[in-house]
Every structure is written in structure tokens, then in C-alpha cells.
Design a protein around this ligand. Structure first.
Ligand code: DGJ
Length: 373
């Protein structure tokens, strides 16, 4: 009898928590289990073993640079976050690529089912060189929360041509040095025709704002702002996810996109990006493709309503598929506060669909359980 009562009590509790609202408040302070605002900016989320893991940039009171590293938080319901500590620590070694004070942005973690390793990619800028290095950093761990071991950083796809660059474009000889001025019609044409891809052919392609995407077949892709942030590249990763194969395409040449975030719904790929205005927000862009290798088509801003032209004062970072729900995706974005970087806020909104295309609307707060029933 006693155990029957306990059992019934457990069932009632479980069903209560299953239907309890999961409230997301975009733009508010998000306290973790210690009561401290989550410090995981430019982040991404990995769902593994029934738990969400949120990885992001640790930011300071005054500095956006990496003085700590990449943080990790875990959650079962996407509203309550437990601080798991620093997943990738910056190095005290001044010779290290990830020495304290370098720039580590937009970390993303994926899981490799074959090797059983967790693989982290991030945008790396070397200490004291502003944003000129434009490299990708790669780290790996046996445990999801880390510690991650830094492997290497480089500019991807050195010595490889994009699949969608013609023979004529590959052979052209015009260089950025031929243009005393940027943004002229001729400069734009040369840029669209791959002038910067050619310039960086030997040393590797520039790699700044980035995301990772793992497709249903387990193939993983690195999508990054390249060519002086003028053109996005989508590049295939090796089977162990630890390097690039050299197969890649250019997307929206000269379109000046950054902050890519990608998802797939019913066989179609969707990518939301931003324009390039530093920490200041701008209008989001939407791109779709039926094949990941393109062609990619651009559509109007998916945001509607007040502040739609500023992506509700935020910039995309990741699109999170809600586990166990069909066609349920959360748009994750950052509302940057460059003068107080640690206080930057998280804008998470449900992706709605109208006429087959994503639509983003502002909510002061929303219930994940109610929106994604
Ligand atoms: C915009 C990028 O999206 C951010 O990740 C960061 O690199 C800032 N620019 C720096 O100005």
C-alpha cells in the first residue's frame, strides 16, 4: 500500500513537471543555478543524452576578449541552467594560439558518433592582432562538459577551390591591390568573382563568425564569414570532424553576411544571418537551399513587427531544434552590450512558419510548452 501511494505520488509529480510551463524571457537577465546571469555569449547548444548543453563566450565586465575561455551550462528544460564551468580554458602560455586575451567567439560543439568525441569549433583571433588573423580554432574532449583540449587553429581550405567558382574566375589575375578604393562597381564585381578567394587560395580562407551543422547523414559542415566578411563559405568536415576536407562553396558572394545559424526542416535548409555592423544590430537575412551545396537563395528579413529592422536589437548565433518535437526551432541571438560585455542579453524566439518560410516575432515572454505543443 505504502509503495503504491509513493508510486502514485511520483506519477503525479512527473506529469505536473511535464506540463509545467517553460518560460523564456528574451532580453531579461537569465540567472543560472547560482543566481548569476548566464555568461555564454555567441553560443550554441548541443543536445546529448537527454540534456541540453549551452556553450558560449565568457565575457568580462569591461572586455570582450577571452580572459577565461568557453563556458558550459546544462539544462533539461531550456529554462533552468546549471553552470558546468569552463569547457575550454584560455592558456597562460603566451606562445599558445589561445593565450589569455586572444579573441574566442561563437564556439559551437558537435558530437561525433563514430569517435565518441565532442568537437568544438570557434572563431579565433590571435592576441594583439585585432581581427586580422581570421582563423578557426578546433578543440576536442571525451566529456561533453570538457575540459576540451585545443588542437590547432588555421584558415580553412588552403589550396582548394570552391566547388562553385568557375574556371574563368579561378584563372583571373585581378587582385585587391588593383583597387585604390573599395565598394566601387568594378571592385564589387571582382569581389563577387572571387578576388579574395584567389588571394587566400594558398594560405587558407579567412574564417570569422561561424556555426557548425551536422546533417542527418552525420556529415558535418562549418559555415563561416570569409573573404573580409564579404562572402560566406560552407565547408565539409572530415569524418572525425577534426579538420576540413577542402570541399566548400561560396554563398551570397559580396553579400556581407555574418552570424550564420542554420537548420533543416522537411529536407530544406534554412540559414539566418546578419549584416556586418560590428556590435550594433542590423536586419536579419534569410537564405534557403534544397541541397546544402546550393544554390542558396536569399529572402526578405524573417523578422516582423517593431524593431524587425534591428532583429529586435540582436544578432543571430544559433538555431536550436527542440528535442522530441517536430519542426520546433528556437532562434538564439545576442543583444550585445560592448561597454559592459558580461551583461549582454539573450534573445530566444520561437521560429514560426508562414508560407513555408521562417517568421520571427517579438515576445516579452513565451512558454515553450505552449508554443511547441
Ligand atoms: C560582429 C560579430 O558577429 C561578433 O561576433 C563580433 O565579432 C563583433 N562583430 C565584433 O565587432
Amino acid at each position: 500500500m505504502k509503495s503504491y501511494i509513493l508510486f502514485s505520488f511520483a506519477i503525479v509529480l512527473a506529469s505536473c513537471s511535464a506540463s509545467a510551463p517553460v518560460i523564456i524571457r528574451p532580453g531579461e537577465v537569465w540567472p543560472d543555478d547560482r543566481g548569476t546571469h548566464v555568461n555564454a555569449h555567441g553560443g550554441g547548444v548541443l543536445y546529448h543524452d537527454h540534456t541540453y548543453y549551452w556553450f558560449g563566450e565568457h565575457k568580462g565586465e569591461r572586455s570582450s576578449a577571452a580572459w577565461v575561455g568557453v563556458t558550459c551550462y546544462s539544462s533539461k528544460n531550456l529554462a533552468d541552467w546549471k553552470h558546468e564551468g569552463v569547457a575550454l580554458q584560455v592558456s597562460p602560455d603566451t606562445a599558445s594560439d589561445i593565450r589569455a586575451g586572444s579573441v574566442i567567439e561563437r564556439p559551437k560543439v558537435i558530437y561525433n558518433k563514430k569517435t565518441k568525441k565532442f568537437v568544438m569549433y570557434f572563431h579565433l583571433e590571435l592576441f594583439g592582432r585585432g581581427y586580422s588573423a581570421a582563423r578557426v580554432g578546433i578543440a576536442v574532449s571525451d566529456r561533453v562538459t570538457g575540459p576540451y583540449t585545443f588542437l590547432r587553429s588555421y584558415r580553412p581550405c588552403a589550396g582548394h577551390w570552391p566547388l562553385n567558382m568557375t574556371e574563368e574566375q579561378r584563372a583571373a589575375t585581378i587582385t585587391p591591390g588593383d583597387f585604390p578604393e573599395w565598394w566601387t562597381a568594378d571592385w564589387r564585381q571582382a569581389t563577387n568573382d572571387g578576388m579574395f578567394t584567389r588571394r587566400d587560395f594558398e594560405g587558407g580562407q579567412m574564417s570569422r563568425d561561424m556555426t557548425l551543422y551536422v546533417d542527418d547523414d552525420g556529415k558535418a559542415y562549418h559555415i563561416y564569414a570569409s573573404e573580409e566578411n564579404l562572402t560566406l563559405h560552407l565547408a565539409e568536415l572530415a569524418d572525425d570532424y577534426l579538420s576540413h576536407t577542402g570541399k566548400y562553396i561560396r554563398i551570397a558572394p559580396g553579400g556581407h553576411n555574418e552570424a550564420p545559424a542554420l537548420f533543416k526542416k522537411e529536407g530544406r535548409y534554412f540559414m539566418i544571418t546578419s549584416g556586418c555592423t560590428g556590435w550594433a544590430p542590423n536586419a536579419a537575412r534569410l537564405h534557403t537551399a534544397d541541397n546544402i551545396w546550393g544554390p542558396w537563395t536569399e529572402h526578405p528579413n524573417p523578422c516582423v513587427g517593431e524593431n524587425a529592422h534591428l532583429t529586435f536589437r540582436s544578432q543571430s548565433t544559433y538555431i536550436l531544434p527542440v528535442a522530441g518535437k517536430k519542426n520546433a526551432f528556437i532562434f538564439m541571438a545576442d543583444r550585445w552590450t560592448p561597454y559592459h560585455p558580461i551583461d549582454a542579453r539573450y534573445i530566444w524566439l520561437p521560429i514560426l512558419f508562414e508560407n513555408g518560410l521562417p517568421v520571427l516575432k517579438w515576445y516579452d515572454q513565451w512558454d515553450l510548452k505552449e508554443v511547441f505543443q
